[in-house]
Design a protein around this ligand. Sequence first.
Ligand code: PLP
Length: 353
Amino acid sequence: MTEVQQFASDNYAGVCPEAWAAMEDANRGHAPAYGDDDWTQRASDAFRTLFETDCEVFFAFNGTAANSLALASLCQSYHSVICSASAHVETDECGAPEFFSNGSKLLVAPSTDGKLTPEAVRTVATSRSDIHFPKPRVVTITQPTETGQVYSVAEIRALSAVCRELGLKLHMDGARFAHACASLGASPAELTWQSGVDVLCFGGTKNGMAVGEAVLFFDATLAQDFDYRCKQAGQLASKMRFLSAPWVGMLESGAWLRNAQHANHCALRLAAQIVDLPDIAPMFPVEANGVFVRAPEPVLQSLRERGWRFYTFIGGGARFMFAWDADPARVDQLAADIRSASAEIGAIRSQAA
Ligand SMILES: *Cc1c(COP(=O)(O)O)cnc(C)c1O
């Protein structure tokens, strides 16, 4: 592969050495199918060790499946799920949560920064209680959010308190859960079950694996028949060890956290180098592995012409995402190009004035 690093998505990166080595180890010989193998047992135990609790662990191919099936397991078809407007389940899963739950409706709660608040949850959950409206049953939060904000332990606790009061379950979309742990310096246990989270979808793909997300149930009764749900949805891997072994590599080596720390540092590294530019404004505080900047369109165009790829699907700003392998020199190159594009466009503007 010769292509230079781009930061358009943290999914552009390849597989980290720890995950790859575990895949190679798992490839030595035969093993029982459908999760009845030692790797899957070891990965599940590694999650229980990391989370300091006896949780139920399942493996899915991607985040859409993990989220959708987890939400479906918490809902009847006449229930609803409260989420924020920018939640991946709402904006980027093609209706899969509704599909796999046979119609449970997503209810979008108002949010200024993509984070749900106890007040917003309460407002939505109590807005209707009549027979004509789908009964609120679950709250889902994304940790960190799609725009890189993290929920503190206190914020999660406040949300779970209102959930408990209103009879709602709390689901966490942790596609970048490792990045939240790294950002907050909090343990996986603190950020989940110790703060009242019932189910976590823990992302492996954006953390350095080729593929795979884990679904962790902290209340075993909620996991009842989840294995059937996974199978029916096409999420039961027959050669399960290749989905589970990378987790062994990630969790036992500590790569899950190191990778996230590195990615977060690269985001801060970029942000720090462009903070003083007058026409480049951060759209969100940098708390995880992403940097979102608002810039004049000619600056963005100049960056594209310099070969940079990035998405602008969130509010028209440019999104840069950093992965486990982000090269700091390449981050610096991006910062330098943003500076120079900004200066170039600034100069053209002042000539015109
Ligand atoms: C990437 C991502 C997912 C998972 O997406 P898939 O493409 O289905 O793996 C889920 N939630 C969030 C917030 C994400 O960023």
